[in-house]
Design a protein around this ligand. Structure first.
Ligand code: PLP
Length: 349
């Protein structure tokens, strides 16, 4: 049952998977081992190959299934999370969906504290996986009782045996990529990968993959962070970030503990028009329905491939599916409201 507090947004009621009798182990086995596919159209004439790691193919539709599974299993092993114990996390999106799915499959109730800007599709996914959703003011400062972390802490204290994964601090987050995503990339490219591109939210993806790929290649793989406008990671001014799940507006002392900036060779800051034009071209030219942060990483990967030595092998992470963004990234009204122009529109001017 979904509980919504402090918001008029009541998700539609749909069947949840919790009591559906599905084979949990079979679904858990489908987390990870995602396909690595080459770009065919967007990479024409670049002289290098660009591969996209399709994290949209995880059962919950995003890379965060890996993170959620890794954190839950680690907490079960350490005893922090007992059988049937409740998982409580404050998250604006995919980590909540991943935890809701993994919680449903491993017998843990899940409470997700989130803000009003969450897309209706993500809210429905949380509902489908049986999570309890608590709304709060996402912009409330850290000393406010409405702050999402403070609300999550309060709920955790109220529920006996409840546990918070705290993905920004949890070493099991980057470990999911060090032990899973990165060895897959190494194997799928037969060790030929030369450049790795990912967005940075918690930093778990780029830290875990970057560390493994640097180690395996003797430091040869170049690790590049793709950053949206409005994020301070790449040295910009803090501002509105229009790419879900990535970037950061906090000053450096408050950057996530799991993010090891020292592993990155550089950041590329990509304008929103380029992010969304690339995202739409991924759908129209490559037949891949992905989320906005995939537009960001692929746009960066194409830039990298254009400048790299002939024959380079560039791998970009595509963190999630496009189906959770129909009301935003693929909606002309949302794009216009946010002053985003696609290249096709720009060409018509
Ligand atoms: C859509 C999307 N892309 C990219 C990321 C960034 O991944 P990480 O938190 O591992 O840096 C996230 C994280 O939540 C995300 O939701």
């Amino acid at each position: 049952m979904t509980t919504v507090t402090g918001s008029g947004r009541q998700p539609r009621h749909v069947a949840t998977i919790v009591d559906s009798g599905l084979d949990a182990d079979a679904v858990l086995a489908r987390v990870g081992n995602t396909p690595l596919v080459p770009l065919n159209v967007l990479s024409r004439g670049l002289g290098s190959t660009v591969f996209v790691k399709l994290e949209s193919e995880n059962p919950g539709g995003s890379i965060k299934d890996r993170t959620a599974l890794s954190m839950v299993r680690a907490a079960e092993r350490s005893g922090e999370l007992q059988p049937g114990g409740t998982i409580v996390e404050s998250t604006s999106g995919n980590t909540g969906i991943g935890l809701a799915l993994i919680g449903a499959l491993t017998g843990h109730p899940v409470v997700v504290v989130t803000g009003d800007s969450i897309s209706s599709e993500k809210l429905e996914a949380l509902n489908r996986y049986g999570a309890r959703v608590v709304f709060t003011d996402w912009s409330a400062p850290s000393d406010s009782p409405q702050n999402a972390r403070a609300v999550a802490a309060r709920i955790t204290a109220e529920i006996p045996g409840a546990w918070r994964p705290l993905q920004f601090d949890n070493p099991a987050n980057p470990r999911a990529h060090y032990e899973g995503t990165a060895p897959e990339i190494w194997e799928q490219t037969a060790g030929r990968v030369t450049h790795f591109v990912a967005g940075v939210g918690t930093g778990g993806t780029i830290t875990g993959n970057g560390r493994y790929l640097k180690e395996k290649s003797g430091g040869h793989v170049e690790v590049i962070g793709a950053d949206p406008y409005g994020s301070v990671y790449s040295g910009g001014h803090p501002g509105q970030i229009l790419v879900d799940g990535v970037g950061n507006s906090w000053p450096k002392p408050d950057w996530p503990k799991v993010f090891d900036r020292g592993l990155l060779d550089r950041f590329l800051r990509i304008p929103n028009n380029e992010v969304y034009t690339t995202l739409h071209r991924m759908l129209n030219d490559e037949g891949l329905s992905l989320g906005p942060s995939s537009g960001l990483t692929v746009a960066a990967a194409v830039r990298v491939a254009r400048a790299a030595p002939h024959g380079s092998v560039v791998v970009a992470i595509a963190p999630d599916t496009g189906s959770n963004y129909q009301s935003k990234a693929f909606n002309p009204v949302w794009l216009a409201d946010n002053h985003i122009r696609l290249a096709a529109d720009l060409a018509e001017d």
